[in-house]
Design a binder for this molecule. Structure first.
Ligand code: DX5
Ligand code: ZN
Length: 229
């Protein structure tokens, strides 16, 4: 994975057909996705259950780009080695989900993946400055995690800008996750983000039988993103 700050579109397969992940992943990549975002939910840290490391390992051969694993689970330390073995390029964790976020981030890198820190809409930015040497990505949650299809929380924008200023020249991605649509993508990029996660906005109206709809949805996000770059 090389680092750059150009806008990237990361479809969340939370909005894909759960009976058809391989074909869905190939379809969004063929249609221009830059990364593939894998939302792991355990029914404890968030009120929803999706899939685990065995599923992630099964997705991996279908992903040519970047497997971006977003862990929304209690006790993330118990799962990092499994997701790294499954081939995750990035593993992102929430500070509220375990007792020692610094140790958790270190163990992600030690396992060979890039380390991401996810910040819920109500999480303060105070401690982030002490973690800047230990992270490769900050995921600014623009919804409360657990479900796709929620509305973007506008307070995410000044949070992105504050983090962008805090990061300075460090090679750290700012990813934004939740309610990203063409209408807000320009403002999100202008605020300083570079990775746009989008579930509903990519998958809506399309299917593996009509993948060109995914292509149009991704192109609309990318055009809007570029307008903010
Ligand atoms: C929310 C997930 C998001 C979600 C985004 O808990 O982390 O990745 O899938 O979905 P949309 O784009 O539909 O808000
Ligand atoms: Zn996510």
């Amino acid at each position: 994975m090389t680092f750059d700050r150009s806008p990237k579109i990361a479809p969340s397969i939370l909005s894909a057909d759960f009976a058809n992940f391989g074909a869905e992943i190939r379809a969004v990549e063929d249609q221009g996705a830059d990364w593939v975002h894998v939302d792991v939910m355990d029914g404890h840290f968030v009120p929803n259950i999706t899939f685990g490391a065995v599923a992630a390992a099964a997705f991996r051969p279908h992903i040519r780009t970047v497997m971006d694993v977003h862990l929304m689970v209690a006790r993330p330390d118990d799962w990092i080695a499994d997701f790294a073995r499954a081939g995750a390029d990035v593993i992102t964790v929430h500070p509220e989900s375990g007792p020692h976020i610094h140790r958790t981030l270190q163990s992600i890198r030690k396992a060979g993946a890039k380390a991401g820190l996810a910040l819920n809409p109500g999480t303060g930015l105070d401690g982030v400055q002490w973690l800047l040497d230990d992270i490769d990505l900050i995921c600014v949650m623009s919804v409360n995690p657990g479900f796709g299809g929620q509305s973007f929380i506008p307070a995410a924008l000044p949070r992105i800008a504050a983090l962008r200023a805090m990061i300075g020249d460090r090679p750290i991605h700012i990813e934004v996750d939740g309610g990203v649509v063409p209408d807000n993508a320009g403002a999100i990029i202008a605020a300083g983000a570079d990775v746009l996660v989008a579930g509903s906005a990519v998958f809506k109206g399309g299917s593996t039988a009509a993948p060109e709809v995914y292509g149009r949805n991704i192109a609309a996000l990318r055009a809007a993103a570029r307008s903010g770059a």
